[in-house]
Design a protein around this ligand. Structure first.
Ligand code: LLP
Length: 422
């Protein structure tokens, strides 16, 4: 291969036409994942629903793609919800999460009739009840619970443990003030429960443990409050391949095990089978994205290290500095050359920690080369910042050899657009 191709598109042409840094996202690969969710989960288990966790990557185009494949959407802020509204996403398939939804956001969710509001805490529950009563409605809710299981992943992306800002623990008291109370509220229509144990997981252990805890809770609330759970949301978190240490499992490894557990537990506990919802984000989009950079300054510190810098860095991909994430890359204009030169890829920010990839063997990279970093489809564009006033990259959607701009590059004028000079 004379140059790296991605979903049938020549990466050097993309870099030339759209500039760098550039997020290149494969529509074909995203659709393939969405179709797998549809076939191996939604069709296999009638009545179930897969949502795409939009925090991983959200644009109007992504909303349209997800909607057209028949999935739902998980949003956690008014901004994410606004994007879904503007894209014409079917609101009944939108689930609204978040541990601190504002009154304004809750009103927005009610007024647009989102499918479910996943209530995180007692404060939110009471506020939502009032807002729904004022509107003469009953808000369709699920309870976010913390099942108390620890998942083995980076500590910043575990979410299921008791000491967490997310959800309510399962103490008797919190069950009373949260679930017991909700069931008597005029503005609240309870559907069921939700957990999310963590992210980038390669085993189904914590999901399975949490599911067992959850089904026991379903049984308890049935006994205590006569509440028949209609729906359970088992979160996302399925891992992907970033580097050779990752061993991602196929979707069915998670979903089949969880469905078998739910069916068995329902049988054993004498419960009716609820609707099951899942909400992967990373698994849908991570591997469908690469980022193209132009290499610049190369600095050899004899006996120490060779640095070569890219024209982006932590503002377009904060994951290495936030989570020690390890990425793989290739020199896109010489992908088949031997990767035998050890370099460290630095970003261009005024910050020592702005290292994109430490110690990677590449194809003798030099200034002017195009570097392609793999697996940047999730939590890159959506977490990008303007640190050091770097304009955020453009995003191009590629699809079996075709390409088109999906998000234009930010301009210097954009950077000043919100400023009010005194
Ligand atoms: N559902 C809920 C309630 C969540 O909190 C999350 C992720 C997901 C679903 C989707 O998880 P996924 O399938 O993408 O693993 N910025 C971090 C990831 C934070 C994930 C937070 N919640 C990263 O770049 O690794």
């Amino acid at each position: 291969m004379a140059q790296l191709e991605f979903d049938g598109c020549k990466t050097l042409e993309l870099a030339r036409e759209y500039g760098t840094p550039l997020y290149v996202v494969s529509e074909a690969m995203i659709r393939q994942r969405l179709q797998t969710l549809n076939r191996d989960f939604m069709k296999k288990y009638p009545g179930s629903l897969a949502l795409f966790a939009s925090k991983a990557l959200l644009t109007l185009d992504i909303c349209k793609i997800v909607a057209s494949e028949g999935l739902g959407l998980d949003v956690v802020t008014g901004g994410e919800l606004y994007t879904a509204i503007k894209a014409g996403f079917p609101m009944e398939r939108v689930y609204f999460h978040g541990n601190n939804k504002s009154e304004e956001e809750l009103i927005m969710a009610l007024d647009h009739r989102v499918g479910r509001i996943v209530v995180d805490n007692q404060y939110e529950l009471e506020l939502l009840n009032e807002l729904a009563i004022q509107r003469g409605m009953r808000a369709p809710i699920m309870f976010r619970i913390t099942p108390g299981v620890d998942s083995h992943t980076h500590k910043h992306i575990t979410t299921g443990q008791i000491d967490s800002k997310f959800g309510m623990p399962l103490h008797t008291e919190s069950k009373q003030v949260f679930m017991g109370a909700a069931m008597t509220m005029e503005g609240i229509d309870c559907w069921g429960f939700h957990f999310h144990v963590g992210s980038q997981l390669h085993t189904n252990e914590s999901h399975r443990k949490a599911t067992e805890i959850l089904l026991n809770l379903v049984k308890e609330v049935k006994q205590d409050y006569g509440f028949e759970t209609r729906e359970l949301n088992l979160g996302g978190g399925y891992g992907v391949r970033y580097n050779e240490n990752d061993d991602p499992k196929p979707l069915h490894y998670f979903t089949d095990a969880l469905m078998a557990d739910v069916e068995k537990l329902c049988g054993n506990l004498g419960l009716q089978m609820p609707k099951i919802v899942i909400e992967p984000g990373r698994w849908v989009v991570a591997e469908a994205g690469i980022t193209l950079y132009t290499l610049g300054a190369k600095k050899v510190i004899p006996g120490v290290r060779t640095y070569i810098s890219v024209d982006g860095g932590m503002p377009d991909n904060p994951r290495p500095s936030l989570y020690d994430a390890r990425y793989e890359a290739v020199v896109a204009n010489r992908p088949d050359d031997p990767a035998n030169e050890l370099v460290t890829i630095a970003g261009k920010c005024c910050e020592t920690g702005d290292i994109l990839i430490k110690d990677i063997s590449l194809q003798a990279p030099k200034p002017g080369d195009i570097l392609a970093v793999y697996t940047t489809g999730a939590y890159n564009h959506s977490m990008a910042s303007n640190y050091n006033r770097l304009p955020r990259p453009a995003m191009v959607l590629v699809n079996k050899g075709t390409h088109r701009l999906s998000v234009r590059r930010e301009t210097y004028e954009d950077l000043l657009a919100r400023e009010v000079l005194g």
